[in-house]
Design a protein around this ligand. Sequence first.
Ligand SMILES: [Zn+2]
Length: 245
Amino acid sequence: MTGQNVHQLDTSGVERILCVVAHPDDLEYGISCAVAAWTATGIAVDYLLLTAGEAGMQREPAVAGPLREKEQRAACDIVGVDDLTVLDFPDGHMEAGLPVRKAIAAHIRRRRPNIVVTSNYDINAPWGFNHVDHRITGEATGDAIRDAGNRWSFPELLDAGLAPWRAERFLVGGVSAPDVWVDVTGEPLEKGIASLEAHQVYLADLPDHPEPRDMLTAMSAETATQLGLGDQGVDNAMGFVSWDM
Ligand SMILES: [Zn+2]
């Protein structure tokens, strides 16, 4: 990565951003630092989670789901996210297909964001073999942006009063070769760290998990260094792959 053709994300005119991921905590591995930067400038940010993450802990799904949802609500409060929606697709057993796309498209039409964000959905993610729910959610999110803008896609949504809505941009975080970046130096990084720490019981169940502060500070500093942002006073950055939609 040389930093050439990589630019700061332009959020002028952006009023609302919708983040779509599979599980509670998926946004807290870096993306929520950018969310804190966005909400600090007055942009409304909404979260849509497709599952409650009920199969992700060493305790019964009936206990884990509500617990993780509650910790996600606390994480949202820290970075200024008011609207959190958690759907009930089955954690670990998500299947690619039209029901997932339709659920995301309906939410895009409801919330009418200018930008839609998801996390890395490659099979080979920077952290290893990517989770099936991440792969399905990320790809479906891109497709659902198109569905949301096309009146002929899921006509029952139109019948239900959800008019087509065209989001202008699709961002994917957690990537090793970003083409846009967001400055998270200072307060946004601090809030992002606190939002990961808010998944307190979940993280306590993972004894080998690195300290949120060490992990997010190193990750965001590495991005800033890779992109050569130090001479612009940017010590910490989050990178995204970006598409005009
Ligand atoms: Zn996840």
